[in-house]
Design a binder for this molecule. Structure first.
Ligand SMILES: [Zn+2]
Ligand SMILES: [Zn+2]
Ligand SMILES: [Zn+2]
Ligand SMILES: [Zn+2]
Length: 154
C-alpha cells in the first residue's frame, strides 16, 4: 500500500530524473543550468547562463541586449562594428586604418575599384552601387550600365 510519503518520495525521484534529462549545459562554463534557480538564454544553437553569454572581445555579458554573430562567435555592437569595419568586403583581409567605407561595407584602398572599368577609386569619388559593388561616375553615364541600373531599380 502506498503511503503519502511513498508518493512524495516517488515524485521527488521523478523530478530528479526529469531535471537530469532536461538540464542543459551552459556553453560558457560547461555546467548544468538549473531552470528553476538560474536564468539562461538559448542562442547560437546553444544554451548559456545569462551572465555567461558574453561578447567574445570585451567579455561583457549581453544580458538580453542585442548581439551580433560572426563565425560562431558573438559580439556586442561596438566590437562587431570594429571587427567588420576593418575587414575588406573583397579580399576579407583585415587592413586596420585606411579603409574605404561605402554601402555599409569596407574596402581596402586597392580593392575599392569600379565594377565597370576596374579603375581604383578614390574614397571621395562619386559612385553608385551595382550588385553590391561601386560604379564610377563615368560608368554610370555609360548606356550599358544605365540599362543595368534601370533594371535594378525597376
Ligand atoms: Zn554558465
Ligand atoms: Zn564587446
Ligand atoms: Zn581588400
Ligand atoms: Zn568605372
Amino acid at each position: 500500500m502506498n503511503s503519502w510519503w511513498d508518493k512524495l518520495f516517488a515524485l521527488q525521484i521523478n523530478r530528479f530524473i526529469w531535471l537530469a534529462l532536461i538540464c542543459e549545459v551552459c556553453a560558457g562554463c560547461k555546467k548544468a543550468i538549473d531552470p528553476d534557480v538560474e536564468r539562461s538564454i538559448f542562442s547560437m544553437n546553444r544554451h548559456w547562463h545569462l551572465e555567461h553569454f558574453r561578447c567574445a572581445t570585451c567579455s561583457r555579458p549581453f544580458h538580453g541586449h542585442e548581439h551580433y554573430e560572426k563565425k560562431g562567435k558573438a559580439y556586442c555592437k561596438k566590437d562587431f562594428l570594429e571587427l567588420i569595419g576593418h575587414h575588406c568586403f573583397i579580399c576579407d583581409k583585415n587592413c586596420a586604418g585606411a579603409m574605404v567605407h561605402v554601402f555599409g561595407k569596407a574596402f581596402c584602398p586597392d580593392c575599392y575599384r569600379c565594377k565597370g572599368c576596374d579603375r581604383v577609386l578614390h574614397h571621395k569619388d562619386k559612385v553608385m552601387e551595382l550588385d553590391l559593388l561601386p560604379l564610377c561616375k563615368k560608368c554610370i553615364g555609360h548606356k550599358n550600365f544605365q540599362k543595368a541600373l534601370k533594371y535594378k531599380s525597376g
